[in-house]
Design a protein around this ligand. Structure first.
Ligand code: UD1
Ligand code: UDP
Length: 360
């Protein structure tokens, strides 16, 4: 059996891994490397447990610090593992520092790289993930794209034969786990200060963790001011990056409509998407899930990440400014149930087939 080393490190990668690994292991020996980038129980273990992801073969324990420190330490440690394991291919997902570190380690050792979620572009190097995507794509041997826009971007950058349109593993996960919800996922929820509270009947679901929106009080506070006035409570599971800032701002301004919660597991998250009135987010994954569930979404970002979701204003960009967010939340949108540009829920099979053909 040929050997694939998969490198993951962050929450959205565990979700994609869950569906891909299940299929990959039927045909390949997978060695799983967790860089350690996300490490809290509710940012890492909870996904491995509830999505039955195999235990990593290696956990490198690298997290925090500057982008350079984190990436550099990962690069050194991943290289050691690749030298030991001598895989036939390296598999990486998305655009985190773990993605780029894995790819850099592999290319220097002559190990071909398969990049899942290739070709996604915002069009600015001011976004740290964009750097990771571009670098990874430019050293990858196999570009597996989620949607047609990914092909366009990659072709513009000179790629052709290495591109395969496979669909979005996030959509696979959404379909697979939505069919396996127990119905108990939304019984109650744990607040950031440790209280168990019932999930309200009507609510908005919000996440915000992008460095661009949350590293300054003013921006996160504008987002809070916008959603505090909505006609139903706002559930906001807080990424550890914002724990201190979000708690402090809510306490200082006495926002009553915002329920800060601890990060939730995947099944709870997609249950929240399914039941929410609308979604407010800056997450690449959550804006797609809103689209999958046909929920209006306002994405707080200056750049379009997933153009397919923007059709008929189903997903709208807003600046981190109260009035803009409220205006977009008030805009009517229309979903076309027949329009599903993210594949057929079987991206994982197509990913594995593309790898098989490449290595044959
Ligand atoms: C990373 C990704 C981003 C992705 C997000 C998913 C990069 C450049 N960015 O951003 O694309 O959307 O993951 O959630 O890789 N922390 C904890 N506990 C944890 C995880 C993080 O306390 O379990 C802290 C870290 O120590 C760090 C901060 O949160 O101080 C930010 O974490 P980091 O992994 O650097 O970036 P993310 O914002 O999570
Ligand atoms: N998510 C989750 N728990 C949370 C918040 C988000 O399981 O508390 C899920 C969400 O449903 C989506 C994924 O995490 O599947 C998105 O990851 P994230 O927003 O961290 O990263 P991004 O997609 O922006 O890279």
């Amino acid at each position: 059996m040929k050997k694939i080393c998969t490198v993951v490190g962050a929450r959205p990668q565990f979700i994609k891994l869950a569906v891909v690994s299940r299929v990959l292991r039927n045909s390949f020996k997978e060695i799983l490397i967790h860089t350690g980038q996300h490490y809290d129980h509710n940012m890492s273990d909870v996904f491995f447990e509830e999505m039955s992801i195999p235990k990593p073969d290696y956990n490198l324990g690298v997290s925090g610090g500057s982008h350079g420190q984190m990436t550099g330490q990962m690069l050194m440690k991943i290289e050691e593992v690749l030298l030991r394991e001598r895989p036939d291919m390296l598999l990486v997902f998305g655009d985190t520092n773990s993605t780029m570190a894995g790819a850099l380690a592999a290319v220097k050792l002559g190990v071909p790289i398969c990049h899942v979620e290739a070709g996604n572009r915002l069009g600015t190097l001011g976004n740290p993930e964009e750097v990771n995507r571009i670098v990874t794509d430019h050293i990858a041997a196999l570009h597996l794209v989620c949607t047609a826009s990914g092909i366009t971007f990659l072709e513009r950058e000179g790629f052709s034969d290495s591109i395969h349109l496979v669909g979005d593993p996030m959509y696979d996960a959404f379909c697979y786990y939505r069919a396996r919800l127990s119905g108990k996922e939304l019984e109650d929820i744990i607040t950031l200060d440790g209280r168990t509270v019932p999930v309200p009947e009507r609510f908005y679901y919000m996440t915000s963790h992008r460095q661009e929106n949350t590293d300054r009080d003013e921006k996160l506070d504008q987002i809070f001011q916008a959603v505090d006035g909505l006609d139903a409570p706002v559930l906001y599971p807080v990424h550890p990056r914002n724990h201190e800032r979000a708690t402090r701002l809510c306490r200082k301004s006495g926002y009553q409509n915002i329920i800060l919660t601890a990060p939730v597991g995947y099944k709870t998250s997609i249950s929240l998407v399914n039941r929410a009135e609308k979604i407010v987010t800056d997450s690449g994954g959550l804006q797609r899930e809103a689209f999958f569930a046909q929920k209006p979404c306002v994405t707080i970002c200056d750049y379009v990440a997933w153009p397919e979701t923007m059709v008929n204003r189903c997903n709208q960009l807003a600046k981190p400014e109260k009035l803009d967010i409220l205006e977009k939340l008030g805009t009517p949108v229309r979903f076309d149930p027949a329009y599903q540009p993210f594949g057929d829920g079987h991206a994982a099979e197509k990913i594995v087939e593309a790898i098989r053909q490449f290595l044959a």
